[in-house]
Design a binder for this molecule. Structure first.
Ligand code: PMP
Length: 403
């Protein structure tokens, strides 16, 4: 009998020669457990998903309840099923009144795909603008607006008519013109290493889009659903999108995403051609039930209220002469070191010796990712930071007090 690890390596498609290879048997709250029962404190929420912790009892209950009724019934948008209908309503209630129509997908990248099509359909234009070092997904449309040539080179040709601007740089806004169908931007950039918009940047971007008639798509797939301390990150920056994207944390551990737009924009999918965007599984009833429970947990357990304080505790504790900077917005944080050569052994040591699971970022390999479940306690944050700093001191040979 081959072990799961052997089967994983032999038969499960690999995307690198150095997967983490950590075997997990179960998970609960902020912890994952290996087959030997060893706990791992999850500081990245797999990635940005477990905002309400692993296996939140209310999410499990909602899933169980739906399992007893029905699973998949029919392709998207034909039958009336309570879970997606109620979830769409609950999402709308968290949003500006204008964003009143929700299209459910299975993933973040599919939400991006749908939104890009919708923007082209609505404006009749083809130009797309996105940011350097933005990550929007791996399918061909989403990859086209992802801001990394390294990730795209081998897969060209991709979508034509895509231009990239520098996040937080106002000079790039002139590339947004009457030719632009949409600008897609992460409200807080994730894979770029957590880049928070500077004062006025998103307002200027919003104004430019409005002035030229381009739609503004905010990708909150990583930074939404409470991660930054408000339900949606854009609430902190005084702007509203034309299309909003969500996924990841939305499902409380189940796969689901959505793009959300005003009815009159979404109506583009109804004609020329009819059935302009289709999916078999998008809005799966079990995922929708889980997402509605997740939304209610965030609201009713007042998880948002604790985020700022927890982030501040991380910032207070993560001090070390080897740390160059701590960036972040709520519990989406990056701890910067000199280089990947310094950071990688810290991540490895934290996992192997301390049982702490962290990571770096796709487009920022000198920074440690901190994005724990929002349910993490102050005691767990202290435990995590002490352990992380022990790993930093061990790897760098510098003592914490030497700052
Ligand atoms: N947008 C952003 C900002 C993301 O962080 C991600 C995933 N890392 C995606 C889109 C793609 O989402 P998914 O992996 O669910 O397709």
């Amino acid at each position: 009998m081959l072990t799961p690890r052997q089967l994983f390596l032999r038969h499960q498609a690999q995307t690198s020669d150095f997967p983490l290879l950590l075997e997990i048997e179960r998970a609960e709250g902020v912890f994952m457990y290996g087959p030997d029962g060893r706990p791992y404190l999850d500081l990245i929420s797999g990635i940005g998903v477990s905002n309400v912790g692993h296996r939140h009892p209310r999410v499990l209950e909602a899933i169980q309840h739906q399992l007893d009724k029905y699973l998949h019934l029919m392709v998207y948008g034909e039958l009336v099923q309570a879970p997606p209908a109620e979830l769409a309503h609950a999402l709308h209630q968290t949003l500006p009144a204008r964003l009143d129509s929700v299209y459910f997908t299975n993933s973040g990248t599919e939400a991006v795909e749908g939104a890009l099509k919708l923007a082209k359909r609505h404006t009749g234009r083809t130009g797309l603008v996105s940011c350097h070092r933005a990550y929007h997904g791996s399918t061909q449309g989403a990859l086209s607006v992802t801001g990394s040539e390294d990730f795209k080179r081998s897969y060209r040709p991709l979508l034509p008519d895509v231009q990239h601007i520098e996040f937080n740089d106002l000079t790039g806004l002139q590339l947004i013109t009457e030719h632009t169908a949409a600008v897609i931007v992460e409200t807080v950039q994730g894979e770029a290493g957590v880049r928070v918009p500077e004062a006025g940047y998103l307002t200027a971007l919003r104004q430019r889009c409005t002035a030229v008639g381009a739609l503004l798509i905010l990708d909150e797939i990583q930074c939404g659903f409470g991660r930054t301390g408000t339900f949606w990150a854009f609430e902190q920056f005084g702007i509203e999108p034309d299309i909003l994207l969500t996924a990841k944390g939305m499902g409380g551990g189940m796969p689901i995403g959505a793009f959300i737009a005003p009815q009159e924009i979404m109506a583009g999918f109804k004609s020329n051609p009819i059935l302009g965007h289709l999916t078999t599984f998008g809005g799966h009833p079990v995922s929708c039930a889980a997402a509605l429970a997740t939304l209610r947990v965030i609201q009713e357990e007042q998880l948002l209220a604790g985020v700022t304080e927890k982030a501040a505790l991380f910032r207070r504790l993560m001090r070390h002469p080897a740390i160059r900077e701590v960036r972040g917005c709520g519990l989406l944080m990056a701890v910067e070191f000199d280089s990947f050569a310094v950071l990688k052994p810290i991540i490895d040591r934290a996992l192997a010796q301390e049982g702490i699971l962290t990571d770096w970022f796709l487009f920022c390999d000198n920074s440690l990712r901190l994005a724990p479940p929002l349910t993490i306690t102050h005691a767990e944050i202290e435990q995590a930071c002490v352990a992380l700093l022990r790993a930093v001191s061990f790897v760098t040979g510098q003592e914490q007090g030497a700052a």
